[in-house]
Design a binder for this molecule. Structure first.
Ligand SMILES: [Zn+2]
Length: 439
């Protein structure tokens, strides 16, 4: 039972996959490091507010295949992924299906299911001791399900009703080389990793601020269809420990239904200036040779900060603003200048092109895409030149004091605490197990 749970929790590429009794024990001890899954019984349409908080560690696996009811014959459950270029026949042979069943199935259903076979697709088979195929389930990338089941007169193919679930997933990890290497090791979807970078985007630049040994813990909600994740997930609480300093965020839903991230005491950080004008992604994070220090730097006689990034990488407004200028300007090449409150301006130069509708007077929100990295004007390679000017003077955006937005009103604090207590508790729990494993 324990072994089965572990199997299902293990990332396919993780070293834990190799099994031996010793490895099994080791794996158990390391489990929180690689990610722990906590599932709750939740209806698919529940919103985060209604999710019960009593944790119950469950199997991450797909809906179980039908139980072997009352029979004494042994039935084997296999779960595999379709290999690249694999045919249905080859797959059945690999699963250990008896030859006559393979032949029968190929003659009956090959056309329907063989055509849809894709590399990486999840396959579950239930096979009796003598190789008789009882049931075969093929889950598509979108979670659609094809089921082949044994009947008196051969095999029947059908598409059973989808099992929809919403799960609360808890993951943690430690930075060794890059954020994505760590999130991959923790089986964290890219969409969630990028959201974490966004949430902490006013405090940390995940390209330049990352340090080896940083840790993260994330509690998020994800929808599943027949065991395959659908959608991008929603972070409920997260902690990132950067260079020994802990940053925490919890999702707060106001009484009016608006959702925003706050610090544990209601401090707002969704409205300061973003630390990086580049959208965080695998492309921008991996661009520099030195992954942890990709920013070329703010230096004397250079009025801004250069961010190395490939042509076409998305550039975003670091704060709410109106467009002051969008066009060509000498050595800057294609540049967008945004005017913020309190006499602050931001410059985004050498762009290959502008986002649609970038004209003076237009208002943009923090995080909006305003253009794309290029090398127009005076530039030896594609990069983004970014400037922050206060009262017309260029300032170092890392050290300049930029206005944030006010914390939650005191009157709302009690509601905030009640609303977020569950996610904070889960984060504490996850962090506790994580630290124990890391020490
Ligand atoms: Zn520059």
């Amino acid at each position: 039972m324990q072994q089965q749970k572990l199997e299902s929790l293990t990332h396919p590429t993780s070293p834990l996959k190799r099994k031996s009794p010793v490895r099994g024990l080791l794996a158990m001890a390391l489990l929180p490091l690689f990610g722990m899954v906590t599932a709750y019984g939740i209806a698919p349409d529940t919103n985060t507010r209604d999710i019960p908080v009593q944790p119950l560690i469950q199997n991450l696996a797909l809906p179980q295949l039908a139980a072997n009811q009352g029979e004494t014959a042994q039935v084997f459950h296999h779960e595999e992924r379709v290999l690249s270029g694999e045919t249905l026949g080859a797959l059945l042979t690999r699963l250990g299906v008896a030859q006559q069943d393979t032949a029968l199935l190929l003659s009956q259903s090959a056309a329907q299911i063989g055509r849809s076979l894709r590399s990486g697709q999840r396959v579950q088979a239930e096979i009796s001791e003598n190789g008789d195929l009882q049931e075969l389930r093929l889950t598509g990338p979108d979670g659609s399900l094809n089921r082949v089941s044994r009947q008196a007169d051969g095999f029947v193919l059908d598409q059973p009703q989808a099992v929809l679930e919403s799960r609360i997933v808890m993951r943690s990890g430690r930075i060794e080389s890059s954020l994505f290497a760590a999130t991959d090791a923790a089986s964290l979807p890219d969409s969630v990793a990028v959201k974490m970078a966004d949430i902490f985007g006013t405090q940390l630049d995940f390209r330049s601020d990352l340090r080896k040994g940083d840790t993260f813990s994330i509690v998020y909600a994800m929808d599943y269809r027949n065991g395959e994740p659908t959608g991008t997930g929603k972070i409920l609480s997260a902690e990132y420990v950067n260079d020994g300093k802990a940053y925490r965020a919890v999702l707060y839903r106001t009484p009016s239904g608006r959702e925003e991230y706050y610090g544990p005491n209601g401090e707002s950080f969704s409205k300061g200036f973003l630390r990086s004008p580049l959208e965080f992604s695998r492309i921008t994070s991996g661009f520099s040779n030195s992954r942890l220090h990709p920013v070329l730097g703010f230096h004397r006689r250079h009025t801004g900060t250069d961010f190395g990034a490939p042509t076409g990488a998305r550039v975003r407004a670091t704060g709410d603003a109106t467009v002051a200028f969008a066009g060509r300007k000498g050595g800057y090449g294609n540049i967008v200048i945004l005017r913020h409150r309190n006499g602050i301006e931001t410059y985004y130069a050498h762009l290959s092109r502008f986002a649609g509708g970038m004209r003076p007077g237009r208002s943009v929100s923090q995080g909006d895409i305003i253009g794309f990295v290029g090398m127009t004007g005076t530039a030896t390679g594609p990069h983004l030149h970014y400037e922050v000017r206060i009262a017309g003077q260029p300032r170092n955006p890392v050290t300049a004091k930029l206005p944030g937005s006010p914390p939650l009103p005191v009157a709302q604090r009690q509601h905030f605490k009640e609303q977020t207590a569950a996610w904070t508790r889960l984060l504490d729990q996850l962090r506790g197990t994580n630290l124990a494993a890391l020490d």
